[in-house]
Design a protein around this ligand. Structure first.
Ligand SMILES: [Zn+2]
Length: 370
């Protein structure tokens, strides 16, 4: 499933509740394309935004942001979520709620549970047999009150929600016992606030020589969610590294950049691309020679194409390349074939360098050297 496709729809907030329910229905939604053979594993370790499999921003909020949000809560919600309180049984307003909709964190708005997983446990607290997305919760051993229980907290803001017990109904056998005061309910057909909607992510593709360093460099840019290495715009299907290296398949070593347009623009990514490699050497980057190492921007729509050509024209006229001609190709993006697993996160896994000047990339990304 292409995450970006679902998020185009999710922009319409009224149907976002239905979308969240659909995510709940399929359980853990796959976030990677599955139609392109090999699949790189999840997000790169250095990405600065955490996105859940169902497409929500679950990056932990800084304490000052949590404090500001918690300051707006009513006293009972504050006591329960910020001081691990428990509301009296049968007193919460959502115990007997049987309407169809989504339950979000009362503090930060992250969707946590869906009505179709709710059941009457008879305990006096809202009970669910599974969360909407397991990564939206954090579990922690709780030894308070002379018991050993598993506490559940919101993964994004750390709000105390309740506990989970192994005495629930089928199919999971789990009982997520949650305080009404820790939840906000949104009925199907009502608008969801922005903080309760999935991210509307976008995709960009760049080729700038050996993909190891290019992947690492883009992963440094704030607003980039994920970067994968692969092969693109050749004329064979599912190529291997060996085939691409033979310079006969037409593919370029490329990276697929998944980003949040609310945090970083496509134009910023294009300018970054021109900062981290030499776009004036035809079919060559550093010691690597061959068309697979060509400089290219593979665009997904007319807007990206216009932006890429405009930035290129600007850099050609005034830019830092001292009259040398920029030879970067701007072409419509063809299929992106993820590279073999050992190529993904290569710099991070091995600590090895390549033609990309990582220190310069860090500066271009606005990140101080460690
Ligand atoms: Zn929260």
């Amino acid at each position: 499933m292409r995450r970006s496709t679902s998020n185009l729809v999710a922009g319409t907030s009224v149907i976002a509740v239905a979308l969240a329910l659909a995510a709940a229905r399929v359980g853990h939604v796959a976030s990677k394309e599955s139609s392109m053979g090999r699949e790189p594993t999840g997000q790169t370790g250095v990405a600065n935004i955490r996105v859940s499999p169902s497409g929500y921003d679950i990056t932990p909020l800084p304490p000052e942001r949590v404090a500001a949000l918690a300051a707006t809560l009513d006293p009972e919600a504050y006591r329960v979520t910020q001081h691990a309180g428990t509301e009296p049984a049968f007193c919460g307003n959502l115990v007997d709620n049987h309407r169809e909709g989504v339950y979000t964190c009362v503090v930060c708005g992250l969707p946590l549970f869906a009505s179709e997983h709710k059941f009457d446990s008879g305990t006096g607290w809202p009970s669910f047999f599974r969360p909407l997305d397991g990564t939206h919760l954090v579990e922690r051993i709780d030894r308070s009150h002379a018991m050993v229980r598993t506490e559940i907290l919101c993964a994004r803001c750390g709000a105390h929600l309740g506990h989970v017990f192994a005495d629930g109904p089928r199919p999971t056998g789990q009982r997520y016992c949650v305080n009404s005061a820790a939840l906000a309910f949104h009925e199907v057909g009502t608008p969801l606030p922005p903080e309760s909607q999935p991210l509307a992510l976008a995709t960009a593709y760049f080729a700038a020589g050996c993909f190891w360093g290019v992947e690492y460099a883009f992963s440094l840019v704030p607003g980039v969610v994920d970067v994968a290495s692969g092969y693109q715009n050749g004329h064979t299907a599912n190529p291997t590294y060996r085939e691409v290296c033979s310079d006969t398949t037409g593919h370029a070593e490329a990276v697929k950049v998944t980003f949040d347009p609310a945090r970083v623009s496509y134009e910023t990514l294009v300018r970054f691309f021109f900062e981290i490699h030499d776009p004036t050497t035809l079919n060559r980057q550093g010691p690597d020679v061959g068309s697979q190492y060509r400089s290219a921007i593979f665009t997904v729509d007319e807007g990206q194409r216009e932006t890429a050509l405009r930035v290129m024209a600007e850099l050609s006229a005034s830019g830092p390349f001292r009259g040398r001609r920029i030879v970067t190709a701007v072409e419509p993006a063809g299929p992106f074939w993820p590279a073999e697993e050992y190529h993904q996160d290569y710099i991070e896994k091995t600590g090895r360098a390549c033609h990309i000047d990582i220190a310069a990339a860090r500066r271009a990304a606005g990140i101080a050297d460690p």
